[in-house]
Each structure stands twice: as structure tokens, then as C-alpha cells.
Design a protein around this ligand. Structure first.
Ligand code: NAD
Length: 468
């Protein structure tokens, strides 16, 4: 059979993954027309404006270089599907909120609706690529939906091509990925489809970094990668608690452990806990998968990673309260950072949200600052997307334009996100404007502790035995 040439790509879902991934494909493959579609009109309008809907270093340049040439953003989902020969499905797969598996299983409704639309609209054969993170064997249900709804003569090959980018470094990760993973059925048609997708990536990714495996291995690898990254964070955070109780220092322990070439030094930074839309959701997904496969001990093992993370967030919040002499009612506490990590405006599952809620539940006055998160997003997070009324907490929350403003008069300054700008704040000036004793809680182990102590602050960090 002649090799399949990819000329037109459609990406369903213009989010944190679909947008950057397909913008980079458009940049690296100028001969391929790439159309990114979404049902969310406001999101598409933003992609077509100077104010992109997501903040990601380097993204503006990539989009500006190709938009209107071979990169298009549209809400016309049907047209883009009909014209494409390869379709990425990059829709959200959040944790299910209700019904069987609620709180654990992935909600595959968006994925199934998109798949059904592909079948209904297509008048020619297509390659359908799972870009979303999905439970193992989801491709099987996609194939059933496609086959049951397709027109005569239309055939679909399904590939799994999970995305490993990290928010905050997405463009860098997409330009030079550690690996691109493509899973396919091991049939002639499946392998032909796999070669077609490989030909797209090989425009810039070295061949040895493009890994081809079976469909189910590919699906599971993505869950496994996120679970193991999160597990490392929970492991180091568990050790941080031991450090605090013994006088050891977690940075020193992590440094020593990370020098072991079998382990390496990455992802060994203790912190207030992990956040983001993926780690918790993907581990819970693995927990649900294990349970449904009647592997309760395996489920228990992975569940512990999430439980440790919850414990770390609570522990940090309690530490603030304890240090402030066990009461924070009416006290002003500044939270620096709302995004779940630096260099992104994404706040999904951000530790700041639960920490702020803890302070508010004890009636503290909370001031907040984040360089990339909008005020409306912070309110959405604080009210849990409108499910909790805003009125009772409104008088206790102030969202500020700068870190200095947030810290003014604060009895405690709590760093939750590792934004670089927090390192170079005018800490002397901030100290002058704080009541005494003035506490800094470094939830990211990012500040110069000695310099702050020299100014006069009492500094509390995660994983350090010496108390102020
Ligand atoms: P997102 O919520 O930012 O974007 C998903 C988009 O899909 C939304 O804009 C939504 O409106 C759109 N959508 C949903 N159903 C649709 C439909 N039927 N037709 C058209 N558009 C539709 O999500 P995201 O962060 O980009 O994540 C997408 C997937 O990638 C998820 O499965 C996630 O787990 C996975 N993933 C995310 C990351 C990350 O860092 N965010 C990294 C790797 C993998």
C-alpha cells in the first residue's frame, strides 16, 4: 500500500495541549494545513486575537508566525473534521463527578462526543489520534463508536499519541521532546497509520526519539509516567516531614539522593504539594483501573501518592496556623502565587486554592497575588466554580496587583508558587511594612533563607528542622 501523506490536520480541543501542540506542528510542517477547533467560542476568539487564552513562554511567537498561513483556529468543528486526513482528539478528560467511578474514573463524555462527531461528519477515511490522556483500552471504545456510526467506505485507524509536555515549558518540550510515543494496532493498516504520524513528527524530532509501541502500552505509558512523576514528589514530601521532625534538611537529602545516577536529580524538590490538571486525575484513573481489574493492593499503592499530597498541603496550612500562635482569625496573610506552578496561568488543582480555603475557614484576612492569573479566575477557584457562594468570603479576600501590595501589613507571607519574581522582591521594604514578628513561609524552597533572616524575618520552610 502507498504511504499515507498527511496534508490536512484537524485538532479537536484548543486547550493547553491541543493549542500549543498543533501550533508547533504548523510551525515545523509548513506544508500541512492545521486547523484547531473548539466548541468554546470565547477560547477560539482568544486564539485568533493578540491575547491568547493561555500563558506559555514562546507560544505567542509560534502562533503569530503561522496563524492565517497554515494554522487556523475555528469553531466550525464539522468542516475541519470533514477536510482533514488526520484528526487529533485533544479534549478534556477530567475526573468523573458523579455516577459509577465518581471521584476516580475519567469522564470520557467529551472524548466520546468528539469521536461520534468524527464518524458522523466524515465522508472519507481518516486517522484518528488520541491525544487526550485516557484509560487503557479507550481506543477500543472509540473504534466501536466510529465503526457503528461511519458512512460506507469510510475507514478509521486509531492511534494513541499521548502528550508529555509540561505546562510552563510546553514550547521547549514540543520543540525538543524526550520522546514522542505512538501506539497503534499491530496490523498492516495500523502500522501504515503509525508511519503517517511518524512522518509528521520526523520533520523535527530525531527518529530515535519517536517510539512506536502497541496501542494499550501507549495509553498506559502516559498514566504511568504521570503517576511515577507524582510519586517522586510525594516521596520527597513524605521525607520532608521526617526532616522537620529530626533536624535533617530536605534539600540536602534530595541532593544526596539525586546524585545516584540510577535516580537522577529531577523532580526531587520538596514543596507544598503538586497541582495541575493531570497528576491527581491520572493517578486516580490508575486507581480506578486497578480496582476494576480486581487489583485492590495496586489501587491502594497508587492512592497513597494522592493521599500524601493532600497531607502535605494540609500540613503546610497547619504549620502556618501553629506558627502564628494557633490562631489566624482576623490576621492578614499574604499568599504569593495562585498558579499551580510558575510560568503558567493554569490554576487547576493548585495547592494555593486549598491553602487559601483553609485560612478563610479560620476567618483570616487573605491577600493574594499572582503575575498571570486573572482576578475572575481566582474568584472562580475560591468559590469552586460557583458552587460555594462568594458573598461570605468576599470581605476576607483582597486580590492585589503586586506582591508588595499583597504583603503590606501581613503577619505571614506564604509562598505557594515558585515565580522567579518572588526571589528578587524588595524584601527589606516588605519587612518595613509588616508587623512584628514577621513570618515568611516558603512553600517552594526558593527564597534565600539566610538573607531574609538577616533582614529580620522569621522564615519557615518545608523540610527543614530548624525552626525560627
Ligand atoms: P483543556 O480543558 O484546556 O482543553 C480541552 C478543550 O477541548 C476545551 O477547550 C473544550 O472546550 C474542548 N472540547 C471538549 N469537547 C469538545 C468537542 N466535542 N468538540 C470540540 N472541542 C471540545 O484541556 P487540556 O489541558 O488541553 O487537556 C486535554 C487532554 O490532554 C486531557 O486529556 C489531559 O489530561 C491531557 N494532557 C494535558 C496536559 C496538560 O499539561 N494540560 C499534558 C498532557 C496531557
Amino acid at each position: 500500500m502507498a504511504p499515507i501523506t498527511v496534508k490536512k490536520i484537524c485538532c479537536i480541543g484548543a486547550g493547553y495541549v491541543g493549542g500549543p501542540t498543533c501550533a508547533v506542528i504548523a510551525l515545523k510542517c509548513p506544508n500541512i494545513i492545521v486547523t484547531i477547533v473548539d466548541l468554546n467560542q470565547a477560547r477560539i476568539d482568544a486564539w485568533n486575537s493578540d491575547n491568547l487564552p493561555i500563558y506559555e513562554p514562546g507560544l505567542d511567537e509560534v502562533v503569530k508566525a503561522r496563524r492565517g498561513k497554515n494554522l487556523f483556529f475555528s469553531t466550525d468543528v464539522d468542516k475541519a473534521i470533514a477536510e482533514a486526513d488526520l484528526i487529533f482528539v485533544s479534549v478534556n478528560t477530567p475526573t468523573k463527578k458523579s455516577g459509577i467511578g465518581a471521584g476516580f474514573a475519567a469522564d470520557l463524555n467529551y472524548l466520546q462526543l468528539a469521536t461520534r462527531r468524527i464518524a458522523e461528519v466524515s465522508t472519507s477515511s481518516k486517522i484518528v489520534v488520541e491525544k487526550s490522556t485516557v484509560p487503557c483500552r479507550t481506543a477500543e471504545s472509540m473504534r466501536t463508536i466510529l465503526e457503528a456510526n461511519s458512512k460506507p467506505g469510510c475507514h478509521f485507524q486509531i492511534l494513541s499519541n499521548p502528550e508529555f509536555l509540561a505546562e510552563g515549558t510546553a514550547i521547549q518540550d514540543l520543540f525538543a521532546p524526550d520522546r514522542v510515543l505512538i501506539g497503534s494496532l499491530q496490523t498492516d493498516e495500523g502500522l501504515d497509520a503509525c508511519k503517517a504520524l511518524m512522518s509528521v513528527y520526523s520533520n523535527w524530532v530525531p527518529t530515535e526519539r519517536i517510539l512506536t509501541v502497541g496501542l494499550w502500552s501507549s495509553e498506559l505509558s502516559k498514566l504511568a509516567a504521570n503517576a511515577m512523576l507524582a510519586q517522586r514528589i510525594s516521596s520527597v514530601n513524605a521525607l520532608s516531614a521526617i526532616c522537620e521532625a529530626t533536624g535533617a534538611n530536605i534539600d540536602e537529602v534530595a541532593f544526596a539522593v539525586g546524585k545516584d545516577s540510577r535516580m537522577g536529580s529531577k523532580f526531587l524538590k520538596a514543596s507544598v504539594g503538586f497541582g495541575g490538571s493531570c497528576f491527581q486525575k491520572d493517578i486516580l484513573n490508575l486507581v480506578y483501573l486497578s480496582e476494576s481489574l480486581h487489583l485492590p493492593e495496586v489501587a491502594k499503592y497508587w492512592r497513597a501518592v494522592v493521599e500524601m499530597n493532600e497531607y502535605q498541603k494540609d500540613r503546610f496550612a497547619h504549620k502556618v496556623v501553629e506558627t502564628l500562635f494557633n490562631t489566624i482569625t482576623g490576621k492578614k496573610i499574604a499568599i504569593l502565587g495562585w498558579a499551580f506552578k510558575k510560568d503558567t496561568g493554569d490554576t487547576r488543582e493548585s495547592p494555593s486554592i486549598s491553602i487559601a480555603n483553609h485560612f478563610l475557614s479560620e476567618k483570616a484576612r487573605v491577600t493574594l497575588y499572582d503575575p498571570q492569573v486573572t482576578e475572575s479566575q481566582i474568584w472562580l477557584d475560591l468559590t469552586n466554580y460557583g458552587e460555594v457562594p462568594a458573598e461570605p468570603i468576599k470581605p476576607h479576600v483582597t486580590i492585589c496587583e503586586s506582591a508588595e501590595e499583597a504583603c503590606k501589613g501581613a503577619e505571614a507571607i506564604v509562598v505557594c508558587t515558585e515565580w522567579d519574581e518572588f526571589k528578587t522582591l524588595d524584601w527589606e521594604k516588605i519587612y518595613k511594612n509588616c508587623p512584628r514578628p514577621a513570618f515568611v513561609f516558603d512553600g517552594r524552597l526558593m527564597l534565600d533563607r539566610k538573607a531574609l533572616q538577616k533582614i529580620g524575618f522569621s522564615v519557615v520552610t518545608i523540610g527543614s528542622g530548624d525552626r525560627p
